[in-house]
Design a protein around this ligand. Structure first.
Ligand SMILES: Nc1nc2c(ncn2[C@@H]2O[C@H](COP(=O)(O)OP(=O)(O)OP(=O)(O)O)[C@@H](O)[C@H]2O)c(=O)[nH]1
Length: 480
């Protein structure tokens, strides 16, 4: 996805807009991603959003400047990730409300067009005022006392400027730690952050109301700790939790999934963004990490099998303009419901029933005619990070949404141990994955029906949201 219309100023905020891109009207939560240098900030983004192999991240170079990526999943979720470089001195002594310098590294940027930003300092106050969540990365393999000090400084500043910020602390690179060491490290970091926070308020322990389970009192600090690594699914799960808390519709989605569970004899349900494998919603039961991993593997399996054995659907030949259009068609055209009935049959036979068409593809497997007519880059549906005009500050990649994930995509996998996984496409970017007992599949027609109703409800929910977030159109009879 990417919105190529905005530029960011030294504080990372939007400063200009082009009028014709829908995404500008969509609420876009901001995540400030920070931590000491080499803690793993860039690696996390690359692994989640650009499918970089974890082992490749060791060749990443240090990020010298503030970067901003904008992401969206379907027409549903859109958010910005601002990565604050680790090597910068965020707070200089005697001035704790802004970033004054760059920790003595200005000289290395003397010829850099970004110099004014670096030497002029990032406006930390503005960054914190405008962000919804701070994701703070602590390298668990390193001595983390300095990192905790810095986190605490940010928390104190944020508490004053924007008490509603959520702090999501990723205790990162735990792949090298034993299970006991992980728990011990988490406890130690939690205690240190709490103790330092208590020091700052004159010994008063705000943490009695702080949280791992955040309290609703706006004066409280909303802080959560996650054990993460790019070498397993923990980073996807942790980032999913961050995103879920920022999605205004999450409560509605959770209720819809709960309803599906209770009516269809399903144990757990996830709504996944297929491209990133971020789960944007789950039912309210506790997440089973093993099942979460199986769901991620199921997405990979389905996409890989479809790419090998499937062919792009004829329906995909039309240009990708907006999922809203797709959604409307889905709701309005009985034909699509019939397609779903075909899907059900497809599930039984595990076929990748995608019709062929004559198209030219680029190296990313994107039909060229689609690129010409409406680039994925500007599609509000794509998950692809898009570059901004201020290219020195904006990271970009161009991974298109999968050309083979469409309304025909569905699968049922029976696991050993009597359980099964059930996957169904919701829209071009979202998949519903359910975990259920194999016996529940004897009533698969009921499940299919309920899933179709769920799909319609989700599409309507987000259509409504999009309508509400768009500025009202001026009456057509007014001459401007
Ligand atoms: N073992 C392990 N190494 C990791 C993990 N995540 C990142 N790394 C490694 O940590 C190193 C630093 O990663 P980066 O992503 O460049 O760190 P950064 O925070 O962006 O660094 P700066 O740009 O300098 O602030 C790389 O060698 C990564 O391969 C992880 O989960 N486990």
């Amino acid at each position: 996805m990417i919105d190529s219309s905005s530029t960011i100023n030294d504080s990372g905020g939007d400063t200009s807009h082009t009028p014709n891109i829908n995404m500008n009207s969509v609420i876009r939560p901001r995540i400030l991603l920070t931590g000491l240098r080499r803690s793993g900030k860039t690696s996390i983004q690359r692994v989640i959003f650009t499918k970089m192999q974890p082992s490749q991240t060791q060749f990443l170079e240090s990020t010298p400047h503030l970067t901003m990526n904008q992401f969206s999943c379907g027409s549903f979720i859109s958010f910005q990730v601002q990565e604050l470089p680790g090597q910068l001195q965020v707070f200089t002594s005697g001035h704790n409300s802004g970033i004054e310098g760059n920790g003595g590294q200005a000289s290395s940027y003397d010829d850099d067009p970004m110099q004014s930003i670096i030497s002029g300092g990032y406006d930390m106050e503005r960054l914190l005022k405008r962000c919804n969540a701070v994701v703070y990365i602590i390298d668990a393999q390193d001595d983390y006392s300095e990192s905790i000090l810095r986190l605490n400084t940010i928390i104190q500043l944020g508490k004053r400027l924007n008490p509603r910020i959520r702090y999501e602390v990723f205790i990162h690179k735990v792949d090298q730690l034993s299970d006991e060491a992980k728990i011990e490290t988490q406890r130690d970091i939690h205690n240190q952050v709490r103790d330092r926070s208590a020091d700052h308020v004159g010994g008063m322990d705000l943490w009695s109301s702080t949280s791992i389970t955040p309290n609703s009192n706006p004066q409280d600090i909303l802080i959560n700790f996650h054990l993460t690594s790019i070498y397993d699914h923990s980073i996807f799960e942790a980032f999913s939790k961050v995103i879920q808390k920022l999605i205004p519709q999450f409560g509605h989605l959770e209720r819809l999934l709960n309803l599906l569970l209770s009516t269809s004899n399903i144990e757990q349900a996830f709504l996944f963004d297929v491209q990133t494998k971020i789960s944007i919603a789950t039912d309210s039961s506790p997440t089973d990490m093993q099942m979460y991993e199986l769901c991620c593997d199921m997405i990979d399996l389905l996409i890989n099998m479809s790419e090998i054995y499937g062919k792009p659907n004829k329906n995909n030949a039309r240009t990708i303009q907006d999922d809203d259009d797709d959604d409307e068609e889905y709701i309005n055209e009985r034909g699509n419901l019939n397609d779903d009935d075909d899907d059900d049959e497809n599930e039984h036979h595990h076929e990748w029933n995608i019709e062929s068409q004559n198209e030219t593809y680029n190296e990313n497997n994107v039909p060229l005619n689609e690129i010409r007519s409406n680039s994925y880059v500007n599609s509000p549906l794509s998950t692809t990070p898009v570059i901004n005009h201020r290219s020195a500050m904006i990271e970009t990649t161009s991974e298109p949404a999968s050309a083979v994930f469409d309304s025909m995509s569905s699968s049922v996998i029976k696991l050993t141990g009597g359980r099964a996984l059930y996957l169904k496409e919701i829209n071009r970017h979202l998949a519903l994955i359910c975990i259920l007992r194999e016996e529940a599949l004897t009533r698969q027609a009921l499940i299919d029906y309920n899933v179709r109703q769920l799909k319609k409800s989700i599409i309507k929910l987000f259509r409504l949201n999009n309508q509400l977030s768009r500025p009202p159109m001026p009456p057509s009879n007014i001459v401007q």
